[in-house]
Ligand binder design. Structure first.
Ligand SMILES: Cc1cc2nc3c(=O)[nH]c(=O)nc-3n(C[C@H](O)[C@H](O)[C@H](O)COP(=O)(O)OP(=O)(O)OC[C@H]3O[C@@H](n4cnc5c(N)ncnc54)[C@H](O)[C@@H]3O)c2cc1C
Length: 460
């Protein structure tokens, strides 16, 4: 953490304040302290100035002025990145929080989304027309960062990742030019945007394909820790054979105070099997029965509900302001050994709100050819996110050590690439986390579109 301001940023803040329509915040301005915070309280960075751009023109003007001054720039979407990649000490921060409009075209089944929108904005706007696209599982997540990192959500096995539903973006490049990128225009840039982790420019608009979807059959089944090993095996075997309509996640954690779970279990280690069926609702009961009936569930709370409701149900468990340390690992298959490691970890969770998410992909994600987008993990059947979380900063070092140790125990069977959306504080630069071929291609595209590395300021 440094409070030193890059000299170019110090000199351009006054120029920006005169020329852009959005607010320009400098250290010491009352709103600055709140505007520099991100979702993860462990990130404590001090940008040199913050511009809350009003629209794409403001973004272009800001970038042009920053380029003239040689100022380093970072971009903030929803501020949910656990490694705080939106922020760098001393740099100019382009904050897109005022750009959250979503325009749905129901006839064309598309949505135009501004670069600072959150998934809440998209899910609510599209639900009004009985439409949806693959979005974040917590509705406060930014559409921008989520999509630039691939974007894994409940609809991914049926409709692909967020990037697989992205038809075009509007982007402001390092020289201030505004471009549209798609498979027909600047396709190299569009390749890197889809999964390359960002830092190519300011994405001011994203155009998504939508799909008819009003209701899902979704919910959770909770099983005691003693059944974790068996439940993980059941989940793995079920997931590998399941139709694309099913998307599931096993969460190893201490039971939250769910109103439909006996209070005696609140705070006890459990396995929460979360599931979402986005196909024919009439077929869901039968299709999900094997997963729901196995073992002796403590509670089974699964049924039909509006998709938009399901998209908001996990929000309460992920408030901003807690201290987070995450690690991610992807797997071509989940062995009994890895399952044993995960089940044992449930017995030693460092805090009650720490969670281990075991998710599967496959389906439509795996059907997109590997070289088509910068997303490197098409071949991963499963990924595990170790979500270390504590309320007090003094617990952070212990939490981090526990997460690192668990991750090391999982490492022998993990694939080399990391999912950029879940990589953490000490996983380094995103480009290096993609597969070797993708990394080299994305790095070359970045050099082409941002030769002075304006957006490459180390955020870590
Ligand atoms: C509670 C929670 C739940 C999550 N759930 C999921 C999930 O279900 N699936 C999943 O795949 N990921 C999930 N994530 C991970 C999340 O998608 C990534 O952390 C993502 O980076 C967040 O995007 P953001 O815009 O909120 O982040 P920010 O921190 O604002 O930005 C992250 C990165 O994206 C860049 N960026 C953001 N917007 C733009 C833009 N418009 N133009 C250019 N660059 C931009 C930033 O510069 C930065 O490099 C979750 C994270 C949290 C904290």
């Amino acid at each position: 953490m440094s409070q030193e301001i890059h000299p170019a940023v110090a000199s351009l803040a006054a120029v920006l304040a005169r020329r852009v329509r959005g607010a320009v915040l400098r250290p010491g301005d009352p709103p600055f302290a709140a505007a520099r915070r991100v979702w993860n309280a462990a990130i404590d960075r001090h940008p040199g100035a913050i511009v809350q751009c009003a629209d794409a023109e403001d973004c272009a003007l800001t970038v042009r002025i920053a380029a003239e001054h040689g100022a380093p720039v970072t971009v903030r979407g929803g501020g949910h990145n656990v490694a705080g990649r939106a922020m760098a000490d001393g740099a100019l921060l382009i904050d897109l929080s005022q750009m959250r409009d979503v325009t749905v075209n129901p006839a064309a089944q598309t949505a135009m989304v501004q670069g600072g929108a959150l998934w809440h904005d998209v899910d609510v706007a599209t639900a009004r027309h009985g439409l949806a696209t693959t979005g974040g599982m917590v509705s406060g997540t930014g559409v921008g960062g989520f999509t630039l990192g691939g974007g894994a959500g409940w609809l991914m096995r049926r409709h692909g990742l967020a990037i697989d539903n992205l038809s075009a973006v509007s982007i402001v490049l390092a020289d201030g030019r505004c471009l549209r990128a798609s498979t027909d225009e600047h396709e190299d840039l569009f390749y890197a945007i889809r999964g390359g982790g960002g830092r190519l420019g300011v994405v001011t608009g994203l155009e998504f394909r939508l799909h008819p979807l009003a209701q899902v059959f979704a919910g959770v089944v909770v099983r005691p820790a003693a059944e974790a090993r068996a439940a993980l095996r059941d989940f793995r075997d079920f997931a590998l054979e399941a139709p694309d309509d099913y998307c599931g996640m096993a969460v190893l954690t201490c039971a939250p105070p769910l109103p439909f779970l006996s209070a005696a279990w609140h705070g006890q280690p459990v396995l929460v099997s979360a599931m979402c069926w986005s196909g024919d609702i009439g077929a869901a009961e039968r299709a999900l029965a094997p997963l729901r009936r196995a073992g002796a569930p403590l509670t089974d709370h699964v049924g039909p509900m509006p998709y938009v409701q399901w998209q908001h149900l996990q929000d309460g468990g992920a408030p901003p302001g807690r201290y987070h340390y995450w690690k991610t690992a992807s797997f071509a298959s989940l062995s009994d050994r890895s399952i044993g490691v995960l089940a044992e970890a449930l017995e030693t969770l460092p805090t009650r709100m720490t969670e281990i998410h075991v998710q599967h992909m496959g389906g439509a994600v795996a059907r997109v050819p590997a070289g088509e987008t910068a997303f490197a993990d098409r071949g991963a059947q499963f990924f595990v996110n170790v979500i270390g979380c504590c309320v007090w900063p003094e617990d952070f070092a212990r939490l981090r050590d526990w997460v690192r140790q668990l991750h090391q125990r999982l490492a022998p069977e993990a694939l080399p690439d990391l999912l950029p959306n879940f990589s953490g504080l000490d996983d380094g630069e995103v480009t290096q986390q993609l597969g070797a071929a993708q990394s080299a291609r994305v790095a070359a595209i970045r050099r082409r579109y941002d030769p002075a590395a304006m957006f490459a300021t180390p955020a870590l």
